[in-house]
Write a protein that binds this ligand. Structure first.
Ligand code: CAA
Length: 295
């Protein structure tokens, strides 16, 4: 499958990332089927894309015509067999659990055309293992997007041990068509981005635990001192504390002690304080913006 001939996509999972990825692929003109086990999440995600793009049109940042084409390219797809029947590209964006991802992709593989590229938006799990367990290492590839997908420029393409060069080449073309800049990374735990990103996030949490500074000042340190667009605790809220915990647990097991999840992160996940998506994490996410939670 060449990257130029991809027309139809299925995005598996309508969470924060699935929603953003669907917006990106639909805006690039791909017919985009959005699937989730919970069909209410599909409706919510499409409504949210309508809302976000409406605001972009109002602010003069998107043409109304572009918005109409984008919305027209989105298909709510609660039936997986139908959703994947004639796609050229699969982008799996389910939670960071190996068995869940493999089982979902197995179902898709059973109905999708044999030329379809099997992409996964995993942040850290092994592409080699996913490809091997699917029995399709050649067309399995990591397509790692960043939150918020419509805004972030990078696409991290992760090559598993058995990924065909043709699949890598097609993914590079797809990245370009999506308006992204691609990097190619070999399949090692945490790839290039997550491995570095979670270290800063986890260290910021340990600094908070040991009373180095407040939430606000730890974030300001990196925003003003290092020009990061947002500090590591705010970014953890944006990504989701549950997502960061799953990545850290995996990297702790695969690489070692420096990735041990901080106790505060486990506690907050247990309390359901998952960040922006639940309204509270290190910040309370109000209509007028994030407010640091005093501790
Ligand atoms: N679609 C299209 N455009 C959108 C959009 C959407 N859904 N949401 C926001 N935008 C646009 C806005 O219109 C705005 O455009 P202009 O610059 O032209 O005005 C721009 O994006 C910035 O948005 P805002 O003004 O609302 O907000 P901001 O300036 O405070 O920036 C941010 C917000 C882009 C999130 C910025 O703070 C940032 O870059 N933060 C770091 C994000 C980051 O590091 N992400 C990676 C996380 S790790 C990850 O995702 C990987 C993983 O595996 C867990």
């Amino acid at each position: 499958m060449s990257g130029e001939s991809v027309r139809r996509v299925v995005v598996l999972g309508a969470g924060t990332m699935g929603q953003g990825i669907a917006q990106v692929t639909a805006q690039a003109g791909f017919v985009t089927h959005l699937y989730d086990v919970d069909s209410t999440r599909i409706t919510r995600a499409i409504d949210s894309i309508k809302h976000v793009t409406d605001k972009l049109v109002q602010k003069g940042k998107m043409l109304n015509e572009t918005r109409s084409e984008l919305i027209g390219a989105l298909v709510a797809a609660p039936d997986l067999a139908k959703a994947a029947a004639d796609v050229d590209l699969v982008i799996e964006s389910a939670p960071e659990q190996m068995d869940l991802k493999v089982n979902l992709l197995r179902e898709v593989k059973a109905v999708a055309p044999s030329h379809a590229i099997l992409g996964t938006n995993t942040s850290s799990l092994s592409i080699t293992e996913i490809g091997t367990r699917l029995g399709e290492p050649g067309r399995t590839i990591g397509l790692h997007f960043f939150n918020p997908p419509p805004v972030m420029e990078l696409l991290e393409i992760v090559r598993g041990l058995g990924t065909d060069e043709a699949t890598v080449a097609a993914s590079q073309v797809i990245a370009k068509r999506l308006g992204k800049t691609a990097i190619i990374v070999n399949d090692m735990p945490g790839f290039a981005t997550s491995r570095l990103g979670v270290v800063i996030g986890a260290e910021a949490m340990r600094m908070l635990e040991t009373g180095v500074a407040s939430v606000e000042d730890i974030d300001r340190a990196m925003e003003l001192g290092y020009r990061h667009p947002m500090g590591p605790l705010k970014l953890t809220d944006l990504v989701g504390l549950d997502v960061r915990l799953m990545i850290l647990e995996h990297l702790h097991k695969e690489i070692g002690e420096q990735f041990r999840p901080p106790a505060i992160l486990r506690q907050m996940v247990r309390a359901g304080r998952l960040g922006k998506k639940t309204g509270e994490g290190f910040y309370r996410w109000t209509e007028s913006g994030p407010v640091p939670v005093k501790r």
